[in-house]
Design a binder for this molecule. Structure first.
Ligand code: ADX
Ligand code: SF4
Length: 243
């Protein structure tokens, strides 16, 4: 059984939710330009790209290609580049920084300590993210409240960050069933890893399949405590200030 058969169960008010999401994207494109969509090519992100393309909005997509993504994700990236109306930009880490880090700490540094894991995320994700977002007023992500306790208060339109940039989370109140209902009814191309029990997909060394009954994000950085499991892309403003 694939992800569609397993998960596509819309909530009762799905149609109204979808209409609100389309309205929010239209509003974002007119009020918060220039803006981009951040896509990991996960189920939520392919839905957003499909909506953006359907509405013919001027919102480029960017993918942080960390150099550690699964082959399935890279192939979906190629297909997306070939089919998306909106431009798909790819940001890669500074190769020298990756090589030096791997030479110094090895290929499995992320499992040795949270600091090393965060150092790897800083090189492979955060530095490219800062380039992707330079000059942008806002960005769109696929964060949903249901994904984890840490994300339970995700807003549709977040408060501005330290640079005054606004994060827009159009699927904040969508359920996993809503996401898959949209994918099924619109025939959206998706990462086949979702059919192999990977609900949340990041870099290959830091993502694994989950078992029945496990939490949505339990396949991400599974060796770490729940509270540590964010790569820094979505750290709250208060937490940043405290750090
Ligand atoms: S993460 O912080 O743990 O990696 P997660 O995989 O749940 O995040 O994705 C949440 C959102 O962050 C995605 O919907 C997407 O908007 C953005 N995102 C995550 N990874 C990437 C990536 N590699 N490239 C671009 N955006 C990403
Ligand atoms: Fe490195 Fe893992 Fe972070 Fe990817 S998720 S950047 S491989 S530590």
């Amino acid at each position: 059984m694939g992800a569609i058969d397993l998960h596509a169960r819309p909530t009762r008010d799905f149609d109204a939710k979808l209409e609100q999401t389309r309205k929010l994207l239209l509003r974002a494109a007119s009020e918060f330009a220039p803006l981009k969509q951040a896509s990991s090519l996960g189920a939520e992100d392919v839905v957003i790209t499909h909506l953006v393309n359907g509405l013919e909005l001027d919102i480029p997509v960017f993918v942080l290609e960390t150099g550690a993504l699964h082959a399935e994700t890279l192939r979906l990236l190629e297909r997306t580049q070939a089919t998306s109306r909106a431009p798909v930009e790819v940001y890669r880490p500074v190769q020298e920084a990756v090589v030096q880090f791997v030479q110094r700490e090895g290929n499995e540094a992320m499992y040795r300590s949270i600091d090393l894991r965060k150092a790897c995320c800083a090189i492979r994700k955060l530095e490219p993210l800062s380039r992707a977002l330079a000059g942008q007023r806002a960005w769109i992500t696929g964060l949903r409240r249901e994904q984890s306790a840490a994300r339970s208060d995700v807003a549709l339109i977040d408060t501005p960050d330290a640079e005054g940039r606004i994060k827009i989370n159009p699927l904040a109140d969508w359920t996993w069933g809503d996401v898959w209902h949209y994918i099924a009814t619109h025939g959206v191309d998706y990462n086949p890893l979702h059919d192999q029990f990977f609900p949340s997909i990041g870099c290959a060394p830091c993502t694994r399949a989950i078992s029945l009954g496990e939490d949505f994000r339990s396949g991400r950085w599974w060796w770490e405590e729940e509270t540590a499991k964010e790569c820094g892309l979505h750290v709250h403003q208060q937490e940043k200030a405290a750090a």
